[in-house]
Unconditional design. Structure first.
Length: 619
């Protein structure tokens, strides 16, 4: 039935609004891997920009109005986005948003990693509305560089006699952002829960006469989350009746996905510019106004589709967009290529979940070296010093090439960034042996429960985040994946009697529950990141602020002394399970390092549909 025929029968006029969405760019604006100094493959806003141009052209052909939005975490994550003192002109992210004519931008938790003032400097050059309803000023005289919501109007092409569609947009993010980003931000801002904030904003926008409401929701899926102030509330938020469509984010999923059905259009376009999300919303004009009439959500990948593994020709970079960022690109390359030190061995993270990771060991030693001399002034000189480190790059939802891979020899600044991609600060906490044991149990939740005598099970649970797998240097222990996890991913004790950590020792002696240790660790973990509840009761020692990257740089350059932890054996191994094997998933680059593993430990068994290398691992 044609639009004209439908209008004559129902006295309505139909139209369409296409919403194009990116999320979690992490400043991957160009298709270049600055850590490895090589083309970046199937990522980058420069490739998604080509899809944006195509989608806008398609909307024009179909007579649809069109919006382009981003859903946060665009600022931090790639060296291209690092704040460099003295650099003139707009930040590359602001330049990108202006060049592509974004209509609205929501904020994510990582956008606040550098502080509110740094974020404000970036956003002053963004010409579209920047939104965040979750965070409000604690002081009435504090001007925020973002608004809770915006109302945009768009004419439906071919309908000149009808009023424009009024589109209400708001943005929400995890309330935990304040804890993750430290005390300075907590002193400036207050946070509301995702669902309660979304409900209030959506109701206000409808009351203001908006025809439809679009939520830019920097939150993911967690079906086990209960009511309250959860980090991942996408399902509960999408169920709010006042919201007509949702752009999700934060967890780097690709939605829509048949495994996660929604009753309304919901899209989450991966991360790093890997996909463009498209919401095609149907509209009907009747009784003097536009009304939403349902719609669809879809993904357009720039390369291999994350869910299906279906390959397609790599979408080319948009040349004018790449040209607009050419100077930023050149400055970043120059900075990343500066000499930083030397490593006699290669460092990579391909085997980080089942074998020693030299990169983690280096970071652990650097953290300990940076704080060891300060323990006296902190009143902790009698405590044994440990160092907790989690992998930064481990594949997962970021793809088969997202691994640290550093050759032996001279090191550059890019290699330091490769070992620690986040701008976290270094902290020290005092913990008991009981807290230490629960800390390791929470980390060991990464592993699937492996049935003895079985084969073919995934070693690592794909629903667990690899950056929450803390390895604590200075100890020795085994992890038994035959046992169920003691804690859920949300930090809830689900199996109180379960113990995956075996033979936990310090200096060859069992760790006692009341024994006390000092542990060097990143600020994200201390501030609640990863739901390590046992650390919320730990005592934080007073030390001067320091970025972990600074500690690594000084350690590699010899400005910090060699630390005793560098001579200690690697702290953990999987408990033996005779007659049992599991599947370890890693990047294809691991094939060049298989000789590092003991003979017979791992056998390659092909590649997954997503491009990962699968190894049969004898346990």
């Amino acid at each position: 039935m044609t639009s004209g025929a439908r209008a004559s029968q129902t006295r309505t006029v139909t139209g369409q609004l296409h919403v194009l969405a990116t999320t979690d760019l992490h400043c991957n604006l160009l298709s270049h891997d600055y850590y490895a100094d090589r083309p970046g493959g199937a990522i980058g806003l420069s490739r998604a920009a080509t899809l944006i141009n195509r989608a806008r052209a398609e909307a024009g052909r179909l007579g649809a109005a069109c919006l382009l939005v981003d859903n946060g975490d665009g600022f931090q994550g790639s060296p291209l986005g690092d704040i460099v003192p003295g650099t003139k002109g707009p930040h590359p992210l602001a330049r990108a948003f202006r060049f592509l004519k974004y209509d609205a931008v929501g904020l994510g938790n990582h956008d606040f990693d550098f502080g509110l003032e740094a974020l404000a400097r970036v956003l002053k050059d963004v010409t579209c509305p920047v939104l965040c309803a979750s965070l409000t000023a604690r002081q009435p005289d504090l001007r925020l560089p973002f608004a809770p919501s915006a109302v945009l109007e768009r004419k439906i092409p071919g309908q000149p006699g009808l009023p424009p569609v009024r589109i209400g947009l708001f943005s929400v993010l995890p309330p935990q952002t304040l804890a993750w980003c430290g005390e300075a931000l907590q002193a400036q801002l207050a946070a509301g829960g995702i669902v309660e904030t979304a409900a209030a904003q959506a109701s206000q926008l409808k009351a203001q006469g908006c025809d439809l409401v679009l939520a830019l929701a920097h939150t993911g899926i967690d079906s086990k989350a209960g009511a309250g102030r959860g980090e991942n509330e996408l399902e509960r938020l999408a169920a709010l009746p006042e919201i007509d469509a949702v752009v999700g984010g934060h967890t780097h999923l690709t939605l829509p996905d048949p495994a996660h059905p929604f009753a309304k259009p919901v899209v989450m376009p991966g991360a790093h510019g890997s996909h463009l999300g498209v919401l095609r919303l149907e509209l009907e004009h009747r009784c003097g106004g536009w009304r939403p009439g349902g719609g669809t959500a879809s993904l357009q990948p720039v390369g291999r589709h994350r869910q299906t593994g279906a390959a397609q020709p790599l979408v080319p970079e948009e040349p004018d967009f790449a040209g607009a960022l050419a100077e930023d690109h050149a400055r970043t390359l120059q900075r990343m290529r500066q000499p930083a030190g030397f490593s006699p061995v290669a460092m990579h993270s391909y085997f980080t979940f089942f074998a020693p990771d030299r990169g983690l060991a280096l970071v652990g030693s650097a953290q300990a070296a940076a704080v060891r001399s300060m323990l006296d002034s902190a009143g902790a000189q009698s405590l044994p010093l440990l160092s907790a480190v989690a992998p930064s790059k481990f594949g997962g939802r970021s793809g088969p090439h997202f691994y640290t891979d550093i050759a032996a020899g001279d090191l550059c600044v890019r290699n330091i960034a490769d070992l620690q991609i986040f701008h976290n600060e270094l902290r020290v906490v005092a913990v008991t042996g009981a807290q230490l044991l629960d800390w390791l149990e929470m980390s060991a939740g990464l592993f699937s429960q492996i049935a003895p005598g079985s084969s073919g099970q995934l070693l690592a649970d794909p629903q667990r985040a690899g950056h929450n797998f803390d390895v604590i240097f200075g100890l020795s222990y085994q992890i038994d994946p035959a046992q169920p996890p003691r804690f859920s991913a949300a930090g809830v004790r689900i199996n109180p009697d379960a113990r995956r950590i075996r033979k936990l020792c310090w200096n060859g002696r069992p760790v006692e529950p009341g024994q006390r240790f000092a542990v060097a660790v990143n600020s994200y973990r201390v501030c609640g990141g990863g739901s390590f509840g046992m650390l919320q009761k730990a005592e934080e020692l007073p030390l001067p602020p320091m970025r972990i990257r600074e500690a690594i740089r000084d350690y590699i350059a010899g400005r910090l002394p060699a630390d005793p932890l560098a001579e200690a054996p690697y702290p953990w191994q999987l408990a033996p399970m005779p007659g049992t094997s599991a599947v370890a998933v890693t990047g294809p680059g691991a094939a060049g390092y298989l000789e590092e593993l003991p003979a017979g430990l791992a056998t390659p068994c092909g590649h997954s549909s997503g491009g990962f290398l699968e190894l049969e691992l004898r346990l």
